[in-house]
Design a protein around this ligand. Structure first.
Ligand code: HEM
Length: 637
């Protein structure tokens, strides 16, 4: 058993807490939504929909001004005027940096007046400048440095906004499980609502309760078996495509595997959720273009200061907003057509009968089929469409990112790669993997888990308090805890948890074996149960999770709002990885640092995952002959 004392790597735990005052922070390469939110969440986070009793239009932080009775032009003026003032302020403070000056000015001016009282008065405030965040590194990396300096619960102040950053498993357990219903998705829901409507991720709690109860039974054992075989068929398309590219390149090809995984992920989620074959591995259709267009717009919205898209006629006058509207129409049309088709062929049954259908013979084993056929579900078409859209977006890039980073890690860890190959060759060979095969490959599963630990998708979860609460202190926090009020915005830093030196031995090392070893830290004084592998191998779960790690490992969240597609995604990644590494050798075509990182809903590469791909001649298994060897052997006639 490994134990770590609770010293930060740089021994910085005793450093005095400084203050961070930031207007906003964004890596210039910020890409999608969700985890990007913290990067430029100023404009977004303040775009709250109007609540009952509130008056006026909601435009960013102005919504608060409007609710105080100030007219919109004044509010807008207040938003822009500080630019000039900041220049003067920054100048007189001895720093000629406009953005940092604006940040400090807004923060100081707004304190006590524009800043709503959301408690958290005794939470340490981290210090830094906006320019600390605006460098080349993604935001979640800056959040890590302040975590090491300021502890598992700290506050960032952005002009009139404050965000509480949580990196401690005891506090995370409280937020996601023990008092989960005191929180909603806050900023995230505001961004996703135009795309996902009342789908499960952004849904308000009342809608969520009803829909979650309806959707959960659709993920059952027979469904997974049908899905695993579909994952194999789709992965085979990727294998065929890569083989053709390698042959065209006379034995080797340089391929952007991130982009290949995105295509694979899209085809799989389309078939699994609504039995629609995007065929994106081999072609490009208007619907595929529209899906990527919508994702891109979500990214844009999460990284832009002013929510101009809420202005009247923005979707007519601003070309990119008009395109977004058109893209949404294309996808909605496609989904509406699929829903209509499913309803026209509806065979109503109760959940148990639906689960007992023979999925190996069903032409349409999708979630949509299940949801439409479920007896007693009076769901509107709009709600069904929101559910489908949510799963399409939630399950596409995330799984592609897992495969991307897992392969990135594997090609740089020859010993791990050799063990994965040994397992795949022994268990699966040239067959398409089955659910039983997945169960028989613990090392490959741990490898995928380890890459999710190092590159969590998304790296930050977002919450907003619906009522008062007291956050537990966690490791070395204020023993009386941290009282917070309604409206407090929180970022749960999954990246910090997964890379915490207090929770993992050598957190920056890619080492799948860690998931077979117990780990604890006595500094938590029993409040954190540590990592217990038996909770995974001895229990039902095939992959490490929040239970086995007591909320130190939360790639799929935890508690009531935990991801519904966790098994779907991990089975998909396991099947695809097994089939690809069996047939190909992968090598980095550029130095690892050139791959780069950029934040989105997921962590993307900055420049693609360019790998040199060649065919692998795998050993035959159980007397099987590999296709490559067959090709060289004379064919019996
Ligand atoms: C590796 C791939 C995936 C990762 C890393 C992932 C991660 C997550 C995380 C962290 C959450 C919780 C968000 C929060 O608490 O704020 C979540 C929620 C969700 N995910 Fe996934 N996800 C993945 C794949 C999928 C797939 C394939 C589907 C659908 C088939 C899916 C559907 C959902 C849904 C519906 C929710 C909302 C659950 C609720 O609020 O009740 N996800 N996902």
């Amino acid at each position: 058993m490994h134990q770590l004392s609770c010293r930060s790597p740089a021994g910085t735990t005793t450093r005095p807490i400084r203050e961070l005052r930031i207007l906003t922070g964004c890596s210039p390469r910020a890409r999608v939504f969700g985890s990007v939110l913290p990067q430029r969440s100023i404009g977004l986070s303040t775009t709250s929909p109007l609540r009952p009793g509130q008056q006026g239009r909601s435009i960013g932080s102005q919504s608060r001004l409007v609710s105080r009775g100030l007219p919109d032009p004044v509010a807008l003026g207040l938003f822009f005027a500080p630019g000039l003032a900041a220049l003067v302020y920054a100048y007189f403070r001895g720093k000629g940096n406009l953005t940092d000056g604006l940040s400090r000015l807004l923060t100081e001016v707004s304190q006590g007046y524009f800043q709503p009282d959301v408690g958290g008065k005794n939470i340490p405030v981290a210090e830094g400048e906006l320019s600390d965040l605006a460098g080349d590194q993604p935001l979640f990396k800056a959040l890590y440095q302040w975590f090491i300096e300021s502890g598992g619960v700290y506050k960032l102040v952005f002009g009139p906004k404050a965000f509480i950053v949580v990196s401690d498993p005891v506090v995370v357990r409280h937020l996601l499980k023990d008092n989960a219903f005191n929180y909603d998705k806050g900023v995230l829901a505001e961004i996703l609502e135009p795309i996902m409507g009342k789908g499960l991720i952004p849904a308000d709690l009342d809608t969520w309760r009803v829909r979650r109860r309806a959707v959960v039974p659709a993920f059952h054992k027979q469904y997974y078996e049908a899905m695993v075989s579909m994952f194999g068929r789709c992965s085979k398309r990727s294998v065929d495509k890569l083989e053709a590219e390698v042959d065209r390149g006379q034995g080797a090809a340089v391929v952007d595997m991130e982009s290949e995984f995105l295509s694979l992920g899209l085809d799989i989620i389309g078939l699994g959720v609504f039995n629609y074959d995007f065929g994106s591995i081999t072609s490009e259709s208007p619907v595929i273009k529209a899906v990527y267009g919508v994702l891109k717009e979500a990214e844009h919205r999460s990284t832009f200061y002013l929510p101009y898209w809420n202005l009247p006629l923005a979707d007519v006058l601003v070309p990119r907003q008009a395109k977004f509207r058109r893209d949404l129409l294309v996808i909605n049309d496609c989904l509406d057509g699929l829903i209509r088709q499913a309803q026209d062929t509806r065979v109503e049954e109760d959940a148990e009968a639906l689960q007992n259908r023979d999925y190996s013979k069903l032409r349409d084993p999708s979630l949509l089929r299940f949801l439409v056929d479920m007896r007693g579900e009076d769901v509107t078409n709009k709600q069904l469409r929101d559910d489908l859209m949510t799963m399409l977006i939630a399950g596409h890039e995330t799984t592609a990112a897992v495969l991307t980073w897992a392969l990135f890690c594997l090609v740089q860890a020859p010993e791990v790669e050799a063990r994965v190959l040994e397992e795949v060759d022994r268990v699966v060979g040239d067959r398409m993997p089955t659910l039983e095969d997945i169960k028989a490959m613990p090392y490959l599963r741990a490898t995928l888990g380890e890459s999710l630990r190092m590159y969590p998708q998304p790296p930050i979860l977002i919450r907003r308090a619906l009522g008062e609460d007291v956050l537990p202190p966690g490791l070395r926090g204020d023993p009386s805890g941290y009282p917070i009020g309604k409206g407090a915005d929180l970022f749960i830093s999954v990246w910090n948890l997964h890379r915490s030196p207090y929770l993992w031995k050598d957190p920056d090392t890619f080492r799948p074996d860690r998931f077979f070893e117990a780990f604890s830290n006595p500094d938590f004084e029993g409040k954190w149960a540590g990592y217990r592998p038996d909770a995974v191998t001895g229990g039902a779960a095939l992959y490490p999770n929040e239970v086995s790690s007591d909320f130190a490992f939360i790639p799929f969240g935890g508690g009531a709002r935990k991801c519904l597609g966790d098994q779907f995604a991990m089975f998909e990644a396991t099947v695809a990885m097994a089939m690809l590494v069996r047939r190909f050798n992968f090598q980095l075509a550029v130095p690892p640092e050139k791959v780069g990182m950029a934040t989105g809903a997921t962590i993307h590469t900055a420049n693609g995952l360019l790998l040199k791909v060649t065919r692998r001649i795998p050993p035959p298994t159980d007397g099987q002959t590999s296709p490559q060897q067959q090709a060289r052997e004379p064919v019996a006639v």
